[in-house]
Design a protein around this ligand. Structure first.
Ligand code: PLP
Length: 437
Protein backbone atom coordinates (compact mmCIF):
# COMPACT_ATOMS: atom_id res chain seq x y z
CA UNK A 1 0.00 0.00 0.00
CA UNK A 2 2.89 2.33 0.81
CA UNK A 3 4.14 1.72 -2.72
CA UNK A 4 0.75 2.55 -4.20
CA UNK A 5 0.57 5.79 -2.20
CA UNK A 6 4.00 6.59 -3.55
CA UNK A 7 2.76 5.85 -7.09
CA UNK A 8 -0.21 8.19 -6.63
CA UNK A 9 2.17 10.89 -5.46
CA UNK A 10 4.44 10.31 -8.46
CA UNK A 11 1.46 10.80 -10.80
CA UNK A 12 1.68 14.52 -10.01
CA UNK A 13 5.00 14.61 -11.87
CA UNK A 14 3.44 13.62 -15.19
CA UNK A 15 3.32 17.19 -16.58
CA UNK A 16 7.09 17.47 -15.95
CA UNK A 17 8.03 14.03 -17.26
CA UNK A 18 5.82 13.01 -20.16
CA UNK A 19 5.33 14.82 -23.45
CA UNK A 20 1.97 16.57 -23.35
CA UNK A 21 1.27 15.43 -26.93
CA UNK A 22 0.30 12.11 -25.39
CA UNK A 23 0.31 12.59 -21.63
CA UNK A 24 -2.71 14.86 -21.70
CA UNK A 25 -4.81 12.04 -23.08
CA UNK A 26 -7.79 10.83 -21.04
CA UNK A 27 -7.99 9.43 -18.32
CA UNK A 28 -4.43 8.61 -17.11
CA UNK A 29 -5.39 5.85 -14.68
CA UNK A 30 -2.67 4.89 -12.17
CA UNK A 31 -2.83 1.15 -12.70
CA UNK A 32 -0.92 -1.39 -10.66
CA UNK A 33 -2.30 -4.61 -12.06
CA UNK A 34 -4.55 -5.87 -14.83
CA UNK A 35 -6.28 -9.21 -15.20
CA UNK A 36 -9.00 -10.39 -17.57
CA UNK A 37 -11.50 -7.59 -18.09
CA UNK A 38 -10.35 -5.59 -15.06
CA UNK A 39 -7.82 -2.94 -14.14
CA UNK A 40 -6.73 -2.52 -10.53
CA UNK A 41 -5.78 1.02 -9.58
CA UNK A 42 -3.34 2.37 -7.03
CA UNK A 43 -6.21 3.97 -5.12
CA UNK A 44 -7.83 0.56 -4.61
CA UNK A 45 -10.50 0.83 -7.33
CA UNK A 46 -11.33 -2.02 -9.69
CA UNK A 47 -12.36 -0.90 -13.19
CA UNK A 48 -14.24 -2.90 -15.82
CA UNK A 49 -12.11 -2.20 -18.87
CA UNK A 50 -13.90 -1.91 -22.22
CA UNK A 51 -10.90 -0.29 -23.91
CA UNK A 52 -8.62 -3.35 -23.87
CA UNK A 53 -5.64 -1.00 -24.17
CA UNK A 54 -7.24 0.35 -27.39
CA UNK A 55 -8.10 -2.98 -28.93
CA UNK A 56 -4.96 -4.86 -27.88
CA UNK A 57 -5.74 -7.28 -25.07
CA UNK A 58 -8.37 -9.27 -26.96
CA UNK A 59 -7.62 -12.34 -24.81
CA UNK A 60 -8.02 -10.23 -21.67
CA UNK A 61 -5.28 -8.59 -19.64
CA UNK A 62 -2.43 -10.91 -18.67
CA UNK A 63 -3.95 -14.08 -20.00
CA UNK A 64 -2.04 -16.77 -18.05
CA UNK A 65 -1.17 -18.78 -21.17
CA UNK A 66 0.16 -15.72 -22.97
CA UNK A 67 2.20 -14.65 -19.96
CA UNK A 68 3.58 -18.18 -19.49
CA UNK A 69 4.61 -18.43 -23.15
CA UNK A 70 6.42 -15.09 -23.04
CA UNK A 71 8.06 -15.96 -19.71
CA UNK A 72 9.35 -19.25 -21.06
CA UNK A 73 10.70 -17.54 -24.18
CA UNK A 74 12.37 -14.87 -22.05
CA UNK A 75 14.35 -17.51 -20.23
CA UNK A 76 15.73 -18.82 -23.54
CA UNK A 77 16.33 -15.63 -25.54
CA UNK A 78 15.01 -12.09 -25.23
CA UNK A 79 16.22 -10.47 -28.43
CA UNK A 80 16.74 -11.61 -31.96
CA UNK A 81 17.55 -9.26 -34.82
CA UNK A 82 15.67 -11.30 -37.37
CA UNK A 83 18.01 -12.11 -40.21
CA UNK A 84 21.06 -12.38 -37.99
CA UNK A 85 19.37 -14.93 -35.76
CA UNK A 86 16.17 -16.81 -36.43
CA UNK A 87 14.10 -18.08 -33.54
CA UNK A 88 11.62 -20.90 -33.63
CA UNK A 89 8.62 -18.97 -32.30
CA UNK A 90 8.85 -16.63 -35.30
CA UNK A 91 8.31 -19.54 -37.68
CA UNK A 92 5.65 -21.06 -35.43
CA UNK A 93 3.81 -17.76 -35.52
CA UNK A 94 3.96 -17.69 -39.35
CA UNK A 95 2.36 -21.15 -39.47
CA UNK A 96 -0.25 -20.23 -36.86
CA UNK A 97 -1.19 -17.10 -38.80
CA UNK A 98 -1.41 -18.89 -42.16
CA UNK A 99 -4.02 -21.20 -40.61
CA UNK A 100 -6.33 -18.31 -39.73
CA UNK A 101 -5.64 -15.79 -42.50
CA UNK A 102 -7.62 -15.57 -45.74
CA UNK A 103 -6.18 -18.14 -48.12
CA UNK A 104 -3.12 -17.01 -50.03
CA UNK A 105 -1.90 -14.49 -47.47
CA UNK A 106 1.13 -16.46 -46.43
CA UNK A 107 4.26 -14.31 -46.24
CA UNK A 108 5.18 -11.91 -43.46
CA UNK A 109 7.21 -8.88 -42.55
CA UNK A 110 7.12 -8.39 -38.79
CA UNK A 111 7.48 -4.98 -37.15
CA UNK A 112 6.57 -3.65 -33.72
CA UNK A 113 3.43 -1.58 -34.18
CA UNK A 114 0.43 -0.71 -36.29
CA UNK A 115 2.11 2.32 -37.84
CA UNK A 116 5.01 0.15 -38.98
CA UNK A 117 2.63 -2.45 -40.39
CA UNK A 118 0.96 0.28 -42.46
CA UNK A 119 4.26 1.88 -43.51
CA UNK A 120 5.42 -1.53 -44.64
CA UNK A 121 2.25 -2.07 -46.65
CA UNK A 122 2.48 1.29 -48.40
CA UNK A 123 6.18 0.83 -49.15
CA UNK A 124 5.57 -2.69 -50.46
CA UNK A 125 2.72 -1.52 -52.69
CA UNK A 126 4.80 1.28 -54.20
CA UNK A 127 7.83 -0.96 -54.56
CA UNK A 128 6.13 -3.78 -56.43
CA UNK A 129 3.82 -1.66 -58.62
CA UNK A 130 6.35 1.14 -59.15
CA UNK A 131 3.36 3.47 -59.05
CA UNK A 132 3.25 6.50 -56.75
CA UNK A 133 -0.40 6.95 -55.82
CA UNK A 134 -2.07 5.78 -52.62
CA UNK A 135 -5.79 6.40 -52.12
CA UNK A 136 -6.79 6.44 -48.46
CA UNK A 137 -10.12 7.36 -46.88
CA UNK A 138 -11.32 10.41 -45.00
CA UNK A 139 -11.72 9.70 -41.32
CA UNK A 140 -9.06 7.00 -41.46
CA UNK A 141 -6.38 6.52 -38.83
CA UNK A 142 -3.22 4.59 -39.62
CA UNK A 143 -0.64 5.73 -37.05
CA UNK A 144 1.71 8.54 -36.13
CA UNK A 145 4.95 7.90 -38.00
CA UNK A 146 5.38 10.12 -41.08
CA UNK A 147 4.18 7.64 -43.66
CA UNK A 148 1.26 6.52 -41.50
CA UNK A 149 0.36 10.10 -40.55
CA UNK A 150 0.41 11.03 -44.25
CA UNK A 151 -2.43 8.61 -44.97
CA UNK A 152 -4.35 9.59 -41.80
CA UNK A 153 -7.19 12.11 -41.97
CA UNK A 154 -9.43 11.46 -38.97
CA UNK A 155 -8.61 14.84 -37.43
CA UNK A 156 -6.81 17.84 -38.93
CA UNK A 157 -5.20 18.22 -35.47
CA UNK A 158 -3.15 15.09 -36.13
CA UNK A 159 -1.69 16.78 -39.21
CA UNK A 160 -1.26 20.31 -37.82
CA UNK A 161 2.30 21.71 -38.34
CA UNK A 162 3.58 18.48 -39.88
CA UNK A 163 3.31 19.38 -43.54
CA UNK A 164 4.65 18.60 -46.02
CA UNK A 165 3.56 14.98 -45.83
CA UNK A 166 4.67 12.09 -47.98
CA UNK A 167 3.51 13.02 -51.49
CA UNK A 168 1.23 10.98 -53.72
CA UNK A 169 -1.56 10.47 -51.18
CA UNK A 170 -5.19 11.08 -52.18
CA UNK A 171 -8.33 10.81 -50.07
CA UNK A 172 -11.83 9.60 -50.89
CA UNK A 173 -14.80 9.81 -48.49
CA UNK A 174 -15.47 6.71 -46.39
CA UNK A 175 -19.03 5.40 -46.78
CA UNK A 176 -20.34 6.70 -43.45
CA UNK A 177 -24.09 6.33 -43.92
CA UNK A 178 -25.05 8.24 -40.76
CA UNK A 179 -23.29 11.38 -41.98
CA UNK A 180 -23.42 10.97 -45.76
CA UNK A 181 -24.51 14.22 -47.48
CA UNK A 182 -25.92 12.16 -50.33
CA UNK A 183 -28.47 10.30 -48.18
CA UNK A 184 -28.29 8.20 -45.05
CA UNK A 185 -28.74 4.72 -46.47
CA UNK A 186 -25.82 2.32 -46.96
CA UNK A 187 -26.54 2.34 -50.72
CA UNK A 188 -26.36 6.13 -50.90
CA UNK A 189 -23.14 6.16 -48.87
CA UNK A 190 -21.56 3.60 -51.16
CA UNK A 191 -22.61 5.55 -54.23
CA UNK A 192 -21.15 8.74 -52.71
CA UNK A 193 -17.79 7.05 -52.16
CA UNK A 194 -17.66 5.46 -55.60
CA UNK A 195 -18.61 8.77 -57.21
CA UNK A 196 -15.64 10.46 -55.50
CA UNK A 197 -13.24 7.72 -56.49
CA UNK A 198 -14.37 8.17 -60.07
CA UNK A 199 -13.82 11.94 -59.70
CA UNK A 200 -10.31 11.32 -58.36
CA UNK A 201 -9.56 9.21 -61.43
CA UNK A 202 -10.99 11.92 -63.72
CA UNK A 203 -9.40 14.99 -62.18
CA UNK A 204 -6.37 14.07 -60.10
CA UNK A 205 -4.72 10.75 -60.80
CA UNK A 206 -5.16 8.18 -63.53
CA UNK A 207 -5.77 4.66 -62.20
CA UNK A 208 -2.56 3.36 -63.78
CA UNK A 209 -0.62 5.64 -61.44
CA UNK A 210 -2.29 4.29 -58.31
CA UNK A 211 -0.33 1.68 -56.36
CA UNK A 212 -2.99 0.91 -53.76
CA UNK A 213 -6.17 1.70 -51.92
CA UNK A 214 -5.61 1.72 -48.18
CA UNK A 215 -8.74 1.04 -46.17
CA UNK A 216 -9.88 0.12 -42.67
CA UNK A 217 -12.62 -2.52 -43.17
CA UNK A 218 -14.34 -0.96 -40.14
CA UNK A 219 -13.15 2.54 -39.37
CA UNK A 220 -11.68 2.66 -35.85
CA UNK A 221 -10.61 6.07 -34.57
CA UNK A 222 -13.04 7.53 -37.15
CA UNK A 223 -15.91 6.32 -34.94
CA UNK A 224 -16.41 2.56 -35.34
CA UNK A 225 -18.06 3.05 -38.69
CA UNK A 226 -19.29 -0.14 -40.32
CA UNK A 227 -19.35 0.40 -44.10
CA UNK A 228 -22.11 -0.88 -46.42
CA UNK A 229 -21.72 -4.63 -46.98
CA UNK A 230 -20.69 -4.19 -50.64
CA UNK A 231 -18.09 -1.48 -50.08
CA UNK A 232 -15.03 -3.71 -49.93
CA UNK A 233 -16.30 -5.83 -52.81
CA UNK A 234 -16.65 -2.67 -54.91
CA UNK A 235 -13.11 -1.60 -53.99
CA UNK A 236 -11.83 -5.07 -54.86
CA UNK A 237 -13.47 -4.76 -58.28
CA UNK A 238 -11.92 -1.35 -58.97
CA UNK A 239 -8.53 -2.69 -57.92
CA UNK A 240 -8.80 -5.75 -60.16
CA UNK A 241 -9.90 -3.62 -63.10
CA UNK A 242 -6.89 -1.31 -62.87
CA UNK A 243 -4.12 -3.47 -61.41
CA UNK A 244 -4.29 -1.55 -58.14
CA UNK A 245 -3.44 -3.32 -54.86
CA UNK A 246 -5.92 -3.45 -52.01
CA UNK A 247 -4.38 -2.85 -48.58
CA UNK A 248 -6.57 -3.52 -45.58
CA UNK A 249 -5.54 -2.00 -42.29
CA UNK A 250 -6.83 -4.46 -39.70
CA UNK A 251 -4.67 -3.10 -36.91
CA UNK A 252 -7.76 -2.35 -34.83
CA UNK A 253 -10.41 -4.64 -36.30
CA UNK A 254 -8.28 -7.79 -36.68
CA UNK A 255 -7.76 -10.78 -34.37
CA UNK A 256 -11.37 -11.55 -33.68
CA UNK A 257 -12.73 -8.12 -32.93
CA UNK A 258 -15.49 -8.22 -35.57
CA UNK A 259 -16.50 -11.80 -34.74
CA UNK A 260 -14.29 -13.43 -37.38
CA UNK A 261 -10.54 -13.63 -37.11
CA UNK A 262 -10.26 -10.82 -39.67
CA UNK A 263 -12.82 -8.35 -40.98
CA UNK A 264 -11.71 -9.38 -44.48
CA UNK A 265 -13.48 -12.67 -43.69
CA UNK A 266 -16.47 -10.89 -42.17
CA UNK A 267 -16.94 -9.02 -45.48
CA UNK A 268 -15.77 -11.88 -47.71
CA UNK A 269 -13.13 -9.83 -49.53
CA UNK A 270 -9.44 -10.68 -49.75
CA UNK A 271 -6.85 -7.91 -49.62
CA UNK A 272 -3.54 -8.05 -51.48
CA UNK A 273 -1.75 -6.72 -48.43
CA UNK A 274 -2.92 -6.87 -44.83
CA UNK A 275 -1.60 -4.75 -41.96
CA UNK A 276 -2.08 -6.10 -38.45
CA UNK A 277 -0.82 -5.31 -34.94
CA UNK A 278 -2.59 -4.59 -31.61
CA UNK A 279 -4.45 -7.86 -30.85
CA UNK A 280 -1.83 -10.10 -32.48
CA UNK A 281 0.15 -10.67 -29.28
CA UNK A 282 -2.21 -9.66 -26.45
CA UNK A 283 -0.13 -6.66 -25.41
CA UNK A 284 3.41 -7.51 -26.49
CA UNK A 285 4.55 -5.12 -29.22
CA UNK A 286 4.18 -6.75 -32.61
CA UNK A 287 2.85 -5.84 -36.03
CA UNK A 288 2.95 -7.46 -39.42
CA UNK A 289 2.67 -6.61 -43.08
CA UNK A 290 1.25 -9.68 -44.79
CA UNK A 291 0.88 -10.59 -48.48
CA UNK A 292 1.00 -13.55 -50.83
CA UNK A 293 4.35 -15.16 -51.59
CA UNK A 294 4.07 -13.98 -55.21
CA UNK A 295 3.78 -10.38 -54.15
CA UNK A 296 6.15 -10.43 -51.19
CA UNK A 297 8.94 -12.14 -53.14
CA UNK A 298 9.20 -9.06 -55.35
CA UNK A 299 10.36 -7.03 -52.30
CA UNK A 300 14.09 -7.44 -52.81
CA UNK A 301 16.56 -8.10 -50.00
CA UNK A 302 17.52 -4.93 -48.16
CA UNK A 303 14.61 -2.83 -49.37
CA UNK A 304 12.94 -2.86 -45.94
CA UNK A 305 14.17 -3.88 -42.49
CA UNK A 306 13.92 -3.75 -38.69
CA UNK A 307 15.90 -4.33 -35.50
CA UNK A 308 13.21 -5.30 -33.02
CA UNK A 309 10.41 -6.46 -35.35
CA UNK A 310 9.28 -10.02 -34.70
CA UNK A 311 11.05 -10.18 -31.35
CA UNK A 312 10.95 -13.57 -29.60
CA UNK A 313 8.78 -12.54 -26.63
CA UNK A 314 6.12 -11.01 -28.85
CA UNK A 315 6.12 -13.98 -31.21
CA UNK A 316 5.75 -16.43 -28.31
CA UNK A 317 2.86 -14.31 -27.03
CA UNK A 318 1.42 -14.26 -30.57
CA UNK A 319 1.49 -18.05 -30.86
CA UNK A 320 -0.23 -18.36 -27.46
CA UNK A 321 -2.78 -15.69 -28.42
CA UNK A 322 -3.84 -17.67 -31.49
CA UNK A 323 -4.19 -20.82 -29.37
CA UNK A 324 -6.29 -19.02 -26.77
CA UNK A 325 -8.59 -17.49 -29.40
CA UNK A 326 -9.17 -20.92 -30.93
CA UNK A 327 -9.30 -23.14 -27.84
CA UNK A 328 -11.41 -20.77 -25.73
CA UNK A 329 -13.81 -20.24 -28.62
CA UNK A 330 -13.38 -16.49 -28.42
CA UNK A 331 -14.78 -15.72 -31.87
CA UNK A 332 -18.10 -17.27 -30.91
CA UNK A 333 -18.04 -15.47 -27.57
CA UNK A 334 -17.26 -12.21 -29.36
CA UNK A 335 -20.29 -12.64 -31.62
CA UNK A 336 -22.60 -13.59 -28.75
CA UNK A 337 -21.56 -10.95 -26.26
CA UNK A 338 -21.22 -8.37 -29.02
CA UNK A 339 -24.83 -8.97 -30.01
CA UNK A 340 -25.96 -8.77 -26.39
CA UNK A 341 -24.14 -5.47 -25.99
CA UNK A 342 -25.37 -4.02 -29.30
CA UNK A 343 -28.97 -4.96 -28.46
CA UNK A 344 -28.49 -3.11 -25.17
CA UNK A 345 -27.04 -0.07 -26.95
CA UNK A 346 -29.97 -0.02 -29.41
CA UNK A 347 -32.38 -0.07 -26.47
CA UNK A 348 -30.51 2.84 -24.87
CA UNK A 349 -30.68 4.72 -28.17
CA UNK A 350 -34.50 4.52 -28.01
CA UNK A 351 -34.42 5.85 -24.46
CA UNK A 352 -31.95 8.73 -24.90
CA UNK A 353 -32.36 11.18 -27.81
CA UNK A 354 -28.73 12.24 -27.37
CA UNK A 355 -27.68 8.91 -28.89
CA UNK A 356 -27.86 9.50 -32.64
CA UNK A 357 -26.79 6.02 -33.61
CA UNK A 358 -25.74 2.75 -31.95
CA UNK A 359 -23.61 0.55 -34.19
CA UNK A 360 -20.83 -1.94 -34.52
CA UNK A 361 -19.75 -5.44 -35.39
CA UNK A 362 -18.74 -8.17 -32.97
CA UNK A 363 -17.06 -6.53 -29.99
CA UNK A 364 -16.30 -3.28 -31.83
CA UNK A 365 -19.26 -1.16 -30.73
CA UNK A 366 -20.14 2.49 -30.34
CA UNK A 367 -22.74 5.13 -29.72
CA UNK A 368 -22.63 8.43 -31.56
CA UNK A 369 -23.67 11.37 -29.40
CA UNK A 370 -25.63 14.27 -30.90
CA UNK A 371 -27.30 17.39 -29.58
CA UNK A 372 -30.89 16.27 -28.98
CA UNK A 373 -33.38 17.88 -31.35
CA UNK A 374 -30.62 19.08 -33.71
CA UNK A 375 -29.84 17.84 -37.19
CA UNK A 376 -27.24 15.33 -35.92
CA UNK A 377 -25.02 18.05 -34.46
CA UNK A 378 -22.02 16.18 -33.01
CA UNK A 379 -21.95 16.30 -29.21
CA UNK A 380 -18.41 15.70 -27.97
CA UNK A 381 -19.23 17.29 -24.59
CA UNK A 382 -21.91 14.69 -23.94
CA UNK A 383 -19.57 11.91 -25.05
CA UNK A 384 -16.93 13.04 -22.58
CA UNK A 385 -19.46 13.49 -19.78
CA UNK A 386 -20.81 9.98 -20.37
CA UNK A 387 -17.27 8.58 -20.29
CA UNK A 388 -16.51 10.41 -17.04
CA UNK A 389 -19.76 9.29 -15.42
CA UNK A 390 -19.07 5.70 -16.43
CA UNK A 391 -15.55 5.84 -15.03
CA UNK A 392 -16.81 7.23 -11.73
CA UNK A 393 -18.99 4.13 -11.52
CA UNK A 394 -16.10 1.77 -12.33
CA UNK A 395 -16.55 1.26 -16.08
CA UNK A 396 -13.97 2.41 -18.64
CA UNK A 397 -14.79 3.07 -22.30
CA UNK A 398 -13.08 5.41 -24.77
CA UNK A 399 -13.82 8.18 -27.23
CA UNK A 400 -13.59 8.17 -31.03
CA UNK A 401 -14.88 10.11 -34.03
CA UNK A 402 -13.64 13.16 -35.88
CA UNK A 403 -15.29 15.50 -33.36
CA UNK A 404 -14.78 13.24 -30.34
CA UNK A 405 -18.55 12.63 -30.48
CA UNK A 406 -18.41 8.83 -30.36
CA UNK A 407 -18.17 6.61 -27.28
CA UNK A 408 -16.59 3.32 -28.30
CA UNK A 409 -16.59 0.03 -26.47
CA UNK A 410 -13.75 -2.43 -26.99
CA UNK A 411 -14.32 -5.26 -24.50
CA UNK A 412 -11.91 -8.16 -24.39
CA UNK A 413 -13.20 -11.17 -26.33
CA UNK A 414 -13.34 -13.12 -23.06
CA UNK A 415 -16.06 -10.77 -21.80
CA UNK A 416 -18.94 -12.45 -19.98
CA UNK A 417 -22.69 -11.79 -20.22
CA UNK A 418 -22.61 -10.53 -16.63
CA UNK A 419 -19.91 -8.01 -17.50
CA UNK A 420 -21.84 -6.86 -20.58
CA UNK A 421 -24.94 -6.37 -18.42
CA UNK A 422 -22.96 -4.51 -15.79
CA UNK A 423 -21.50 -2.22 -18.45
CA UNK A 424 -24.95 -1.52 -19.91
CA UNK A 425 -26.41 -0.78 -16.52
CA UNK A 426 -23.63 1.70 -15.67
CA UNK A 427 -23.95 3.28 -19.11
CA UNK A 428 -27.69 3.67 -18.61
CA UNK A 429 -27.10 5.47 -15.29
CA UNK A 430 -24.43 7.66 -16.88
CA UNK A 431 -26.70 8.63 -19.77
CA UNK A 432 -29.49 9.46 -17.34
CA UNK A 433 -27.22 11.83 -15.42
CA UNK A 434 -25.86 13.51 -18.57
CA UNK A 435 -29.34 13.83 -20.14
CA UNK A 436 -30.58 15.76 -17.10
CA UNK A 437 -27.85 18.41 -17.44
C1 PLP B 1 -6.55 1.15 -37.82
C2 PLP B 1 -5.26 1.53 -37.16
N1 PLP B 1 -4.13 1.52 -37.88
C3 PLP B 1 -2.94 1.83 -37.34
C4 PLP B 1 -2.85 2.21 -36.02
C5 PLP B 1 -1.51 2.58 -35.44
O1 PLP B 1 -1.09 1.61 -34.56
P1 PLP B 1 0.10 1.89 -33.53
O2 PLP B 1 -0.41 2.87 -32.53
O3 PLP B 1 0.41 0.55 -32.95
O4 PLP B 1 1.23 2.44 -34.32
C6 PLP B 1 -4.00 2.25 -35.23
C7 PLP B 1 -3.94 2.65 -33.81
O5 PLP B 1 -4.89 2.95 -33.17
C8 PLP B 1 -5.24 1.89 -35.82
O6 PLP B 1 -6.37 1.92 -35.11
Amino acid sequence: MADDADFLDMMKQIPDLLAPSLAEDWPELPTVRAEGAYLYLADGRRILDFTSGIGVTNTGHNHPRVVAAARKQMEDMVHSAVGITIHKTLLELCHGLIEVLPEGLDMFFFGNSGAEAVEGAVKLARYVTQRPGIIAFEGGFHGRSYGAASVTSVKAKYRDHYEPFVPGIYFAPYPYAYRCPFGNSPDAALEWTLYHIEKLFQHQILPHNVAAFLVEPVQGEGGYIVPPPDFLKALRQICDQHGILLIMDEVQCGFGRTGQMFAAQTFGVKPDILSVAKGIASGFPLGATIASRDLMRQWKAGSHGTTFGGNPLSCAAGVATLQVIREENLLENCRQQGKRFLDGLLALQKKYPMIGEARGLGCMLAIEMIVPGSDKEPNPQAAMQVLEQCLQKGFLAYMAGTYGQVVRFIPPLIVTAAQVDEALSILDDALAVVSRR
